[in-house]
Design a protein around this ligand. Structure first.
Ligand code: KG4
Ligand code: ZN
Length: 367
């Protein structure tokens, strides 16, 4: 029997909440040191590209078809077998529930067959720990989580202890990148394509609206920018103009992320009495170089240390899920085989219920 407090944990992570089928093996040593033994990501981009976005039914089927082979590949890359594992961690939400059920069920099967503890991981908690895959970052820290589905500022106090400081009122930053890119005729996924187009563009060539300027909170809004940019895109045809528009969109998104992060840093520093000021950015949009650079400069000006995950762990991957699971196992926390797949699962449930960023639907509050 493993003692999670003193032993090394070797965890298989499984991620199937959107359009990547991923498995990874992560080792967490008793002193907290982290080693990624393997990380395999099977992208479904080709399957969804003709539709310009993720089709949930296609995603779920693709996860079913590949999850076993991807898990095998992750074990092979790590040079291990199922018998070498000490735990299994699977994303249990939030996300496209058909896909989440595939990874979670597979994880339950492995846990049951091998007598291993299971951790039903919140995908957002995975992103929250992802920077710890590349560097030692102590708790607590201020987190900007920017992905295709989420855009939030959170005070991360420890494992599973997050307080929401701000959230988007409409689109997530990645969603804004994707939708504007689509309006500009760029291929899915739009964020990376727009970043490439922006190279050599003049970020001052167009004036885009600056959102929520009068508000003193840490909330975000990208819908006005999205509409304005999409309308501009219709009249922009020359190659250089397209580069310029892409550069302006990227700069506008980076500026808003930096301005709201700056405001959150100011409030956080007061609360922390200037002790241990750490700023972390995570999620797919953290892969964007302009966004990273702007946030790094903002953090430096506020005397915060800055960290972002290695590029491979910004977008969805299973190493971050394995690490989130290992951190829970190290605290003696695991879940039963009756753990449910949750399409919505806010990190700060209390804040999400008290002040939902989106109208709560049948599936519950989003963020
Ligand atoms: O974290 P992620 O893989 O999935 C979610 O949990 O949502 O994030 C995907 C999002 C997409 O919107 C994608 O366009 C965006 O991250 N993204 C980027 C870049 N790479 C990925 N956005 C801007 N620049 C990038 N280089
Ligand atoms: Zn994600």
């Amino acid at each position: 029997m493993t003692d999670p407090n003193t032993d090394t944990l070797t965890v298989l992570g499984l991620e199937t909440s959107c359009d990547e089928t991923a498995a990874a093996v992560v080792r967490r040593h008793a002193d907290g040191r982290v080693e990624v033994l393997s990380s395999v990501v099977g992208s479904q981009i080709a399957a969804h590209a003709p539709f310009g976005g993720v089709v949930p039914e296609i995603a779920a089927r693709a996860h079913v078809e590949s999850i076993d082979a991807i898990a095998e590949a992750a074990l092979a890359e790590a040079g291990l077998g199922y018998g070498d594992l000490t735990g299994v961690a699977a994303t249990a939400g939030p996300g496209l529930v058909g896909g989440v059920m595939v990874g979670l069920s597979f994880g339950k099967a492995v846990a049951l067959a091998r007598g291993l503890p299971l951790v039903a991981v919140n995908h957002l908690e995975g992103h929250a720990v992802s920077a710890r895959l590349g560097a030692e970052i102590a708790y607590p820290f201020l987190l900007l989580l920017v992905s295709g589905g989420h855009c939030q500022l959170l005070s991360v106090e420890g494992v599973g202890a997050c307080r929401r400081l701000g959230s988007t009122l409409d689109d997530a930053a990645g969603e804004a990148f994707d939708k504007i890119a689509k309006a500009m005729g760029l291929p899915y996924p739009g964020g990376p394509a727009l970043e490439t187009l922006a190279e050599g563009g003049d970020a001052t060539a167009f004036t885009l609206p600056r959102m929520l300027l009068g508000r003193k909170d840490c909330d975000f809004s990208f819908s006005g920018l999205k509409t304005a940019a999409a309308r501009m895109a219709e009249g922009v045809t020359g190659e250089q103009d397209r580069r310029n528009l892409a550069a302006c969109v990227q700069a506008a998104i980076a500026t808003q992320l930096a301005e709201k992060s700056d405001r959150a840093m100011a409030a956080y520093a007061l609360e922390m009495e200037d002790q241990g000021l750490r700023f972390v950015v995570a999620g797919g949009v953290a892969a964007n170089r302009a966004v990273r650079a702007k946030l790094e400069a903002t953090a430096a000006a506020r005397n915060f240390s800055f960290a972002a995950p290695p590029l491979a762990y910004c977008t969805d991957n299973a190493a971050m899920i394995a690490l989130a699971g290992a951190e829970r196992l190290a605290l003696g926390i695991s879940d039963g085989l009756d753990a449910v797949a949750r399409p919505r699962w806010p990190l700060d449930q209390a804040a999400a219920l008290a002040s939902p960023s989106h109208k709560a639907g049948r599936k519950g509050v989003k963020a």
